[in-house]
Design a protein around this ligand. Structure first.
Ligand code: AHR
Length: 524
């Protein structure tokens, strides 16, 4: 319940008939003035690449096994082994790119373990995530099959920590060479005559940490060695992604690029930035929540600074690396009981998580000129996931509040982000982003305040004669930041249509405390 009475509250109280109460409430806590927002239609930032809404799936907890993959003989409804509901929900969401198999797991993964008849595949211990025995029943062909089913572009994370340049080179040939080589013929014999045409290749993951504990100098040497053999096969030029910094670690990035002098720079440079939370997901207090929201200012600073560094190293060479936010999302304290039941890093997503997702996605739109791809961690059951299943054996699968926040940003994809002016000056102020394509304009507002409803007056500027022909809006809101979609109440937080007034030159709408609102507008 908002602390400051709003217009709705005023009307409710008036309807209850106590004029004195109404007057005193009005005198002592008047409705806040409308927030002014101006969308500058002529001030373009850059393309909202669909890849800003990328996803990540690791062999960790119940993300892959029990989440995405249940096996062909499972009693859980499935499509050739893939959990049917997960496929349907992810298809509906639209997953532009899916990164796999890790994470930390990637630098202990040897791709040949995951091809050929499933019952002949080796069994290895997953040393990073709980020491369970991985039977490799979900391997490369199963991953590509999943990508094809949900319409995602595959992104394979290669092993530098414990792998070899040859292993990475051969993986690319196996995937992309059309036929006639032993590796491509082996792929064909394994059921896929058509090349997979995988474009995105990671060259190591968190090489400063679980991916080998390397110094940036050592990693740069290895990057040069590995990337030299990561070639174009069958016309698919690999887009090579180097391990970037943890958060805004400028030392890692600067030293890496200093050691790349004279060599081809990676196509992408991948930063990881998690927004940590101090409590179990459904037990946040206001301070915990606000502290987590405030981290997005640091994410923004990291994007701006890392991008500027990449620019500096690109000058004069035409050799420019794009910046990826390869792993991001809220990472709360884990509930051991939940993890025991549902797997490592199993985490509920609340209204607070959805607002955090909205803050992140708005930020990416506003920094669209600096980003190439952003992958939230992770797609099912792990960290800030889109979907939750009720344990590896459970048949139920629900969409989280974060799923719905992501769905509200779909309309921005492939549009051009334009500048928005607000009075915002702090992390808890109104967050807005807008994008346009021809006469279609999309604006997303995030109100991160739990204690204040906002009224917004949104004007359009910058294109003479452009007027609003019509508008529709949707809202994702719950006044309890710890509320979540559960197996008993799977739609507690879901997208609803929302009133919006369009009077020719202005949009007016209300943003309840803790909400994400997207307005889709047609311009004349
Ligand atoms: O997403 C979970 C883990 O977080 C990944 O395996 C690793 O890359 C990061 O530290």
């Amino acid at each position: 319940m908002p602390l400051v009475p709003t217009r709705r509250h005023f009307l409710r109280t008036a309807a209850a008939g106590s004029l004195t109460a109404v007057l005193s409430e009005t005198l002592f806590a008047a409705e806040p003035p409308a927030e002014s927002v101006t969308v500058r239609l002529d001030s373009e930032i850059g393309l909202v690449r669909p890849e800003f809404h990328g996803q990540f799936a690791e062999h960790l907890g119940s993300c892959v096994y029990g989440g995405l993959w249940v096996g062909k003989d499972s009693k859980i409804p499935n499509i050739a082994g893939y959990r049917r509901l997960a496929v349907e929900y992810l298809k509906e969401l639209g997953v532009p790119v899916l990164r796999w198999p890790g994470g930390c797991f990637a630098d202990d993964y040897h791709w040949r373990d995951g091809i050929g008849p499933a019952n002949k595949r080796p069994r290895n211990v997953n040393i990073h995530w709980g020491g369970y025995v991985e039977d490799n029943s979900f391997g490369l062909h199963e991953f590509i099959g999943l990508c094809r089913l949900i319409g995602a572009e595959p992104y394979l994370a290669g092993n530098v920590g414990s792998g070899t340049p040859r292993e990475l080179r051969d993986w690319i040939e196996y995937c992309n060479h059309p036929g006639g080589s032993s590796l491509s013929d082996e792929r064909s014999a394994n059921g896929s005559p058509e090349p997979f045409r995988v474009r995105y290749w990671g060259v190591g993951n968190e090489s400063w940490g679980c991916g080998g504990q390397m110094t940036p100098e050592h990693y740069a040497d290895l990057y040069r060695q590995f990337s030299g053999y990561a070639r174009t096969f069958g016309g698919t030029k690999p887009f090579l992604i180097a391990c970037g910094p943890s958060g805004n670690d400028m030392h890692w990035s600067r030293t890496f690029f200093e050691h790349m002098t004279g060599s081809r720079h990676p196509d992408g440079f991948a930063m990881h930035f998690y927004e940590n939370g101090d409590k179990y997901p459904t037990q946040f207090n206001v301070d915990d929540m606000n502290q987590q929201f405030a981290i997005f200012e640091r994410v923004q600073e990291a994007i701006v600074k890392q991008h500027a560094l990449l620019d500096g190293f690109a000058s004069g060479k035409g050799n420019r690396s794009g910046l990826l936010l390869d792993e991001w999302g809220v990472w709360d304290r884990m509930n051991p009981e939940e993890e025991r039941r549902n797997g490592t890093l199993y985490m509920q997503s609340t209204m607070r998580s959805a607002v955090a997702a909205g803050l992140g996605l708005n930020l990416f739109n506003r920094q669209a000129d600096k980003l190439t791809m952003c992958n939230i961690a992770q797609v099912v059951n792990v960290l800030q996931s889109m979907l939750l299943t009720d344990g590896p054996e459970g048949t139920r699968c629900i969409r989280t509040a974060t799923y719905h926040a992501f769905s509200m940003f779909k309309a921005h994809r492939s549009k051009t982000s334009v500048r928005v002016e607000t009075a915002a000056s702090g992390p808890l102020d109104l967050s807005v982003s807008a994008s346009r394509s021809g006469s279609d304009l999309v604006i997303t507002f995030v109100n991160p305040r739990h204690d204040r409803d906002l009224r917004v007056d949104c004007a359009l500027a910058g294109t003479a004669g452009a007027a609003l022909r019509g508008a529709a809006a949707q809202v994702l809101h719950h006044s309890d930041w710890n509320a979540a979609n559960t197996f008993d109440n799977p739609e507690a937080i879901s997208v609803k249509s929302h009133p919006v007034q369009a009077d020719g030159v202005k949009l007016k709408l209300d943003l309840p405390g803790l909400s994400v609102v997207t307005a889709t507008v047609s311009l004349s």
